[in-house]
Write a protein that binds this ligand. Structure first.
Ligand code: SAM
Length: 343
């Protein structure tokens, strides 16, 4: 792997808000939540006294402990099935991150993540927010993950999480030993990256650089500044926002961010399907979702190669996973995991 000492230009770090969750009104809204066992241990369900309010007992699942979001904290757009009104389990990997990286006491984790989820839902009601999917880290599921972590211990390796939202996968990488100063994150919504600092309580320690951008806006100078500098770009639950033609355009733009050398890598996950979509699947706020199967995903990269005059090797797989087959989605939905290598 060729390396370089070129340092990407300085970008804006988001540092405007104090990392002080306890002062937030959202915490007050959820302060009557159940004390939660975040290790996913099955236990007796306890629903808070409702005082005449709608009971959420029906939403509690079996014998798991639940943190229930009180009805008065819901807004009108919370009637959709992908806005989950209870949280009964947090993946142990994420728990570990919140407990040991963020130093959040285990009995406060449920309340903490629900408070952040509420704020994020008000920014934009993505299904990954409504379903707490951001609590299921994705980057570590890649078969390439252990190699990626070793690669990112090298001071010359630069990584970008594109469409990073809270940048939870960045935190996983950093907690596993990646050099945080070599990591960049960008998202359409700067508020999500701010909330990432609140979620992980690392505003003073994380040296990564975050900036807002729209991948479809060619004139964004901050994004342009990274052109040709990245060794790896991560696309977590991102590409399904785009129809086939736009997906090709986005991927071609992403290739420009990479160092123009063999071994440069674009990896990620997206909503996929056993049979790729020819029609969009509706999501909240009038948005849509496009699912690829492996063949249609490979076709994207054939077209990217043709447009950019480059060659790419696609490794992709369709997997069953929590949150990818729920009732608002149609049958055949799977998680599509991929690594795309520049040859
Ligand atoms: C479904 S969320 C996934 C977030 C995160 N990567 C994850 O794995 O949980 C998709 C993210 O892409 C961002 N996004 C959507 N369109 C974008 C665009 N045109 N440019 C940059 N980010 C975009 C959204 O704001 C959102 O945070």
């Amino acid at each position: 792997m060729a390396s370089t000492n070129t340092i990407p230009p300085p970008l804006v770090r988001l540092e405007s808000q104090p990392d002080n969750l306890m002062g937030s009104s959202d915490v007050a809204e959820v302060s009557n939540l159940l004390p939660a066992n975040v290790n996913g241990i099955q236990d007796e369900v306890k629903i808070p006294a409702t005082n005449g309010r709608e009971s959420h007992q029906a939403l509690a699942t079996g014998t798991e402990k639940n943190a229930v979001i009180p009805p008065e904290s819901r807004k009108d757009n919370k009637g959709v099935p992908w806005y989950h009104t209870s949280l009964n389990h947090i993946d142990p990997v994420t728990c570990d991150l919140l407990e040991n990286y963020s130093k959040i006491p285990s009995d406060q984790i449920m309340q903490h993540v629900i408070a952040i989820r509420e704020k994020a839902w008000d920014v934009y009601p993505y299904p990954c927010i409504g379903q707490f999917l951001f609590l299921n880290l994705t980057i570590n599921l890649s078969p390439y993950y252990p190699t990626l972590v070793s690669r990112l211990r090298d001071e010359n390796q630069i990584f970008l999480d594109l469409g990073c939202c809270f940048a939870q996968d960045v935190r996983k990488l950093v907690s596993d030993g990646a050099r945080s100063e070599n990591i960049y994150g960008t998202d359409l919504h700067g508020e999500f990256m701010e909330l990432g600092f609140e979620l992980f309580r690392d505003r003073k320690t994380l040296k990564s650089t975050f900036f807002p951008s729209d991948i479809l806006n060619d004139r964004n100078l901050l994004l342009k500044g990274l052109n040709g500098e990245m060794n790896v770009v991560y696309l977590g639950l991102f590409l399904h926002h785009f129809d086939f033609e736009t997906c090709v355009k986005v991927c071609a733009r992403v290739t420009k961010l990479l160092k123009p050398e063999p071994g440069s890598l674009i990896m990620g996950v997206q909503v996929g399907s056993l049979i790729g979509d020819t029609k969009p699947i509706p999501i909240p706020s009038g948005g849509i979702l496009w699912r690829h199967d492996i063949k249609s995903f490979e076709k994207v990269w054939d077209e990217v190669g043709a447009i950019t005059g480059t060659k790419w090797k696609v490794e992709a797989r369709l997997e069953r996973s929590k949150g990818f087959g729920e009732k608002w989605q149609i049958e055949g939905t799977r998680r599509l995991g991929f690594e795309v290598w520049r040859l």
